[in-house]
Design a protein around this ligand. Structure first.
Ligand SMILES: *[C@@H]1O[C@H](CO)[C@@H](O)[C@H](O)[C@H]1NC(C)=O
Ligand SMILES: *[C@@H]1O[C@H](CO)[C@@H](O)[C@H](O)[C@H]1NC(C)=O
Ligand SMILES: *[C@@H]1O[C@H](CO)[C@@H](O)[C@H](O)[C@H]1NC(C)=O
Length: 487
């Protein structure tokens, strides 16, 4: 759930630095304290291709003792190092659980390329959720044979969806799953009403930008006002010149389409702030290793926007300062490239978007339409238009999204789909916009949903800190208690 420049989706390199791939600065363990190993996998578990490829995984078995579990991180859309570096919960629990740690890399990302470097541009046809799950099941099966151990799937975001689905689909291999911020129900289904409402995502982002998260009073109203102003100015060239100057665009805004791109670009910053609204400085979601987002980035941005209704000039200035918390985090950008990549914009081949274009894997920007006030603080982006995205996907990849495919296969977030699946802990951050597609209510005594108040995107999997809220500490304790029960 990401695209390059317009900070998109579940995981995102919001800015060009693609900062997530950098190491945490401290002396913490991470990818650099793992062995880098490769496991031979079929290019295609289900047919068409007959070759094999080498899937990368990172292993640390220092603390493993016989009978101890393998904590298996089901890698999501990125090179695997980032997960090894940030998933502190696994590292912190390994010694007491006697666990081996495995971080598996998702095919088509990082060094796990079925058809050579940047496989997606060579042949994307072996990229699917099912292939990734089959890779993980084979790897886990291989590992537990070498080192007889119960395997626990762990994942955050798309990785959390994979962890839950591994437990559901391969429960003889995975004894349980920590599914953190896993929006297993976030599938738009154009054929039916009453299903997942993609606009709900932006309502949470807007709620998180107000007093609910401790952000400044007035910032939500001012943001909504800003978008109105932006489109108003965008109608004439003089106004567009003023916008380009206010936001320090590298190139002029020549037409209304570029103003629309500017609006999405601003929206993208708030998306990143909301997901990455951790109570500590972090560049996991966005930002730069040289300049992580501050603690509570949404507050940091909103304080620049709050206060009483501002005049147009002050509004533009405030918003420019607010988005700079992300886009100019390094304080070294000479100007802003205001662009939207992916199917909606440029020709960039983005691996995740292939999953959107084939299996409708959730991707919020620009696919989930906001509605505008009073529903949210953005603007009315009209309802979800399946034919538009079908045309875009056909043009870019020659494929068509199968909207209901994964819903049919795994049942979304419906309790009925999970009632007979034991040993899952579902965690969600109350102010993480992705929780709208998650499992929010416990399904049984061993399929348990926990919420983190004011929590951001899978904050529970991150390194613990002295200043962690009590409730977050309690959630982690429960996760660990469940893992102990499973093994
Ligand atoms: C596992 O991580 C620990 C902590 O960083 C480190 O001391 C140890 O050498 C690592 N083990 C392996 C096998 O890499
Ligand atoms: C980024 O911040 C630096 C330092 O404050 C400033 O000089 C520069 O103009 C800013 N860039 C943009 C695009 O606003
Ligand atoms: C949906 O998108 C298609 C293709 O871009 C367009 O022709 C159609 O008018 C759109 N429908 C609505 C309701 O906006």
């Amino acid at each position: 759930m990401r695209a390059a420049v317009l900070a998109v989706a579940l995981v995102l390199c919001g800015v060009a630095d693609c900062a997530r791939f950098a190491r945490p600065a401290s002396g913490r363990p991470g990818a650099h304290t793992c062995q880098e190993l490769y496991f031979e996998q079929p290019q295609d578990h289900f047919g068409a291709h007959t070759g094999t490829y080498k899937q990368r995984y990172l292993l640390n078995d220092t603390w493993w003792r016989p009978g101890g579990p393998i904590l298996f991180y089901a890698g999501n859309e990125g090179a695997v190092e980032v997960y090894a570096d940030w998933m502190g919960l696994m590292w912190e629990q390994a010694p007491t659980l006697g666990a081996a740690l495995v971080f598996a890399e998702h095919r088509y990302w990082g060094k796990s390329q079925p058809f050579g470097t940047h496989s997606v541009s060579i042949d994307p046809t072996a990229l699917s959720v099912e292939q990734a799950l089959a890779d993980y099941a084979s790897l886990a099966d291989h590992l537990r044979c070498a080192r007889p151990s119960p395997v626990i799937a762990v994942g955050g975001s798309y990785g959390g969806m994979l962890a839950a689905w591994l437990r559901k689909r391969y429960r003889h291999i995975f004894v349980g799953a920590l599914a953190a911020s896993a929006p297993v129900g976030a599938f738009v289904d154009p054929s039916r009403r009453g299903g997942f409402d993609p606009s709900a995502y932006w309502a949470v982002v807007s709620r998180a930008a107000g007093p609910a998260s401790g952000a400044a009073v007035g910032s939500v109203d001012n943001t909504a006002r800003l978008f109105r102003l932006l489109f108003e100015l965008g109608r004439g060239q003089e106004g567009r010149d003023a916008l380009a100057a206010a936001f320090r665009s590298c190139s002029p805004l020549q037409d209304e389409a570029t103003v629309q791109t500017l609006a999405y670009w601003v929206q993208g910053a708030f998306d990143a702030f909301a997901m990455g609204n951790y109570h500590f400085p972090s560049w996991y979601i966005a930002g730069s290793p040289r300049a992580p987002l501050p603690a509570w980035p949404l507050r940091a941005a909103c304080v620049l926007l709050g206060g009483s209704p501002a005049g147009p000039a002050a509004l533009l200035e405030g918003m420019k300062a607010a988005v700079d918390v992300l886009y100019n985090a390094t304080r070294s950008r000479p100007c802003h490239k205001i662009e939207l990549t992916g199917p909606a914009g440029g020709p960039g081949l983005q691996t995740y978007l292939y999953l959107w274009c084939t299996e409708a894997m959730p991707q919020e920007l620009p696919f989930f339409p906001a509605r505008g006030p009073p529903h949210d603080m953005f603007w009315n982006q009209e309802s979800f238009n399946a034919s538009r995205w079908e045309a875009e996907c056909k043009a870019q990849w020659g494929v068509r999204p199968r909207w209901r495919h994964l819903l049919r296969k795994f049942g979304g977030a419906a309790p009925a789909a999970w009632r007979d699946v034991t040993n899952i802990v579902w965690t969600n951050g109350e102010l993480d916009p992705w929780h709208v597609g998650g499992v929010l209510h416990s399904i049984s005594g061993s399929s348990v949903a926990l919420q983190v108040g004011r929590g951001a995107h899978h904050v529970d999997l991150m390194w613990s800190r002295m200043d962690d809220p009590r409730q977050l500490q309690a959630v982690r304790q429960e996760q660990v208690a469940h893992m102990r029960r499973w093994v």
